[in-house]
Design a protein around this ligand. Structure first.
Ligand code: SF4
Ligand code: SF4
Length: 485
């Protein structure tokens, strides 16, 4: 099923009664800007409220919208559609405006063309979130948003293309990894049409025929050449390729979620998954980071931190948390994945090194990791769904425009008990996805002994899913909502 952009009407994909409306909107050259502007306005409101509003997290738009609503909506949209948050990313708006005046001349340094920097920043955000209790500080959350806008602006003012999105943005990497299990993908409609295409506008951009120095429509700034593009990795859903292709040959299409994880073609702009240690590490940290992030919110973490502090002989949280992160995001995955790879090697009767085996199976962790993020963030989102209403009412009243009436603090969300079945469902879905992907990889790489190669990974996924279910049933801090204040 294809959502043709531009061309035929949409059937079955549109959330609207009139399917063509979505398609016509996405065909519009300014569709991305139209999505970015309202999100930019919301981000400005969050920053202002974070600095000047009440410094109680559940009553501040900066903390509430960032840590409850944005994260919950993000994972649900990734599950239901795709990387729509990158598509509407407000951080790109000032950068796009700035590029009308400053044309960057430098290319992103070759040595930094990997995900290691973004992976480090991703871990740093998880660490800072716990260390500084970002969820409880409107002021620091506002600073985080400002820092994000500033970094995107500086990086993309100095370096060409979408350097920030591709090599720096930790949120983007989260979206890239998670969108590998999304049901939508940007791809070519007819591969044969690309064979006879001589201009390759989808990557080079559309030039003015009179003055070729003038770019009428930019091509893919992420370096994805559409005929060789596979899956959603590194795709921001910006739709530049759709507007650039002169043959109307790029579509937003449905596909089997996660199917890109068990194939290993040479992907344009990405290369072979099996050769990318940085991407494999990103997939692993994505999955184990989901557990760490959830673990940070349940009461047993305090007992573990106390024990660690005693062992380290310190009363400072930073080294204790640093050690915990090291144990859970490095030591634990290395030991567990190393053991699984060793058992796979034994089961398959090969003598290959452990690292390539681990590399190939690392992508199978993504569905389970996504299931854990989904269960966790949906919990906070659904239990605090309506909390933004009274906070917005109060914020408007504070600036003398009480258009929405006085705050109704009874508006909250579903009770936590009602959300548990949903969480279990998401976890089960993630577990099934990981089992399926690992089995397909085992069949692909060890056709004669697939079951034996698969078994260690299945055991590991069951273990991680059991850990996630245990976390789910621990009393969880209701961060960012009144229930947690
Ligand atoms: S997607 Fe369009 S521009 Fe790109 S190679 Fe195919 S036909 Fe040419
Ligand atoms: S231009 Fe590149 S990043 Fe944007 S939608 Fe097309 S393939 Fe994805």
């Amino acid at each position: 099923m294809h959502l043709r952009l531009p061309a035929a009407p949409v059937r079955g994909l549109s959330p609207l009664a009139a399917p063509g409306v979505v398609e016509r909107f996405l065909r519009w050259r300014h569709a991305r800007t139209a999505m970015q502007v309202p999100l930019f306005a919301v981000a400005v409101a969050m920053v202002v409220h974070g600095f000047l509003g009440p410094q109680l997290a559940p009553r501040n738009l900066a903390t509430l919208l960032t840590w409850v609503h944005y994260r919950g909506a993000l994972v649900l949209v990734l599950l239901a559609a795709g990387n729509l948050f990158c598509m509407a990313c407000p951080f790109m708006l000032p950068r796009t405006l700035a590029r009308r005046f400053f044309k960057p001349t430098l290319r992103w340094p070759r040595r930094l063309r990997s995900k290691w920097l973004a992976l480090g920043l991703f871990v740093l955000i998880l660490y800072a979130y716990e260390l500084f209790d970002l969820w409880s500080s409107p002021w620091w959350t506002a600073w985080l948003i400002v820092a994000y806008f500033a970094t995107a602006l500086v990086v993309d003012s100095v370096f060409k293309d979408a350097s920030f999105c591709k090599w720096v943005c930790p949120l983007g990497q989260f979206n890239f990894v998670a969108s590998t299990v999304s049901p939508l993908e940007v791809r070519v409609r007819d591969a044969d049409a690309c064979l006879t295409c001589t201009t390759h506008d989808c990557i080079k951009g559309t030039r003015d025929p009179v003055d070729p120095a003038v770019v009428l429509q930019q091509g893919c700034e992420l370096g994805l050449f559409l005929p060789k593009k596979t899956g959603n990795m590194d795709c921001t859903f910006c739709l530049d390729c759709v507007h650039a292709c002169p043959h109307d040959n790029v579509v937003l299409a449905t596909r089997v979620p996660a199917s890109e994880l068990w194939v290993d073609p040479r992907r344009s702009g990405v290369g072979l998954f099996s050769r990318r240690k940085d991407l494999a590490a990103l997939a692993i940290v994505f999955a184990f980071g989901a557990l760490v992030n959830a673990f940070g919110m349940v009461s047993p973490v305090y007992a573990v931190e106390e024990w660690l502090a005693h062992r380290l002989g310190t009363t400072h949280e930073a080294p204790v948390l640093g050690t915990l992160f090291l144990l859970l995001l490095v030591v634990e995955p290395v030991l567990l994945l190393g053991l699984a790879a060793w058992l796979t090697r034994r089961g398959a009767g090969t003598r290959e090194p452990l690292v390539p085996v681990t590399n190939r199976f690392a992508y199978a962790f993504i569905p389970l990791g996504f299931g854990i993020w989904l269960a966790h963030y949906t919990f906070h989102f659904v239990t605090g769904l309506w909390t933004f209403v009274p906070v917005t009412q109060e914020a408007l009243a504070a600036i003398g425009v009480p258009w929405l009436g006085s705050p109704n603090w009874r508006l909250t969300g579903l009770s936590p008990g009602l959300v548990h079945p949903l969480e279990l469902g998401f976890l089960s879905l993630g577990l099934l996805g990981s089992l399926l992907v690992a089995h397909r990889i085992a069949e692909r790489d060890y056709p004669l002994r697939a079951a034996r190669a698969f078994a260690p990974w299945a055991g590991l996924f069951l273990l991680l899913a059991a850990a996630a279910i245990w976390l789910l049933y621990q009393p969880m801090e209701m961060r960012g909502t009144m229930l947690g204040s």
